[in-house]
Write a protein that binds this ligand. Sequence first.
Ligand code: PLP
Length: 402
Amino acid sequence: MAFDPSKVRSDFPILAQAVNGKPLVYLDNAATTQKPLAVLDASRRYYEEINANIHRGTHHLARAATAAHEAARDRVARHLNASESAEVIFTSGATDSINLVAAILTLVPGDEVLVSALEHHSNIVPWQMLCERSGASLKVIPCHEDGTLDQDAFRALLSERTRLTAFTWISNAFGTVNPVREMCAAAKAAGSLVLVDAAQAIPHVRIDVRELDADFLVFSGHKVYAPTGIGVLWGRRSVLDALPPWRGGGEMIKEVTFERSTYNVLPFKYEAGTPNIEGAIALAAALDYIEGIGLEAIAAHEQHLIRRAAEGLSALTDLRLFGPDDRVGALSFGIHGVHHYDLGTLIDQMGVAVRTGHHCCQPLMARFGVTGTTRASFALYNTEAEVDTLIAAVEKALVMLR
Ligand code: PLP
């Protein structure tokens, strides 16, 4: 039986409000998702029942908080089908995870880092900074007019100089789904390390890091119904064990003297300082929540909505959809003669929340000759009626703007 979003909307109290006197239609899920009661309850229960600092205490609360935090790590590892929980490093988000990897790699002049034209600034700037300090160069996999990556160009760019290849699984701007397994295999065959940005994949697709065969995979909790301030770096043990630590501080050490320090084992080697304990526990609750509904059912529902939106919007005069037809999560469009900001502002007055602008993808916008787009992005709680409200709101705004 098809998934019925009306059954889960009451799990998200924020959705019940009116905006500008109209029912809220929240279609900015690629920026951040709303949080279900199960997640809010997990956060609250943590502070009400077991709040304590972890790993170092012998008292009851410290042991309970440590157990819950490490159970959350196990939960994430299971969700990713990681070989072991120690490969799951908690960070503050995808950006933090990518910066961690960029900080621990040592490159030399002549080395290359390969990214794609579709990347979020988070998966460009840390590599640029690494290249600046090491003398390595940044290369870019171009994309076609339909917003898919040029796979022939990708293969031609790979060489023995490619030390790291970093690409997104799903584009936050266009919803393009990259052939990540094939891309990982090609990059690894060239001898490159591979980082997959799963920030937009995590709420929509099943991730199996063993099958994927990347070296690193990153995501943020807040894109998958968990709070902000918690994220994950999954890293292959054989790779991370051979790399140096990053931030220094408590927890990441084995022994400290004023002469020298020795470092802890994975995952603690990369978790200096008190972590976001509640965030990790709430992330585990969010993963339980989506698995309770069924990731495949959620994905099918979201696919139905995005196709309906694409079909309805493309019937409007002078409207251009970006990205391929089989886009996932995000639907970007532009309308000739209408500024995306004006459109976003007008439809907000009708209660419809979408994102306008460059979506932290300025190089991609430049490639398409635009300063930004209007983007509607979908989650499990969105409905057909909301899609129809979006289309009607855009249509009405166009009459006002033209
Ligand atoms: N990568 C992609 C594809 C994203 O969509 C985002 C956020 O929009 C990020 C990375 C950065 O995520 P965060 O800001 O949560 O670190």
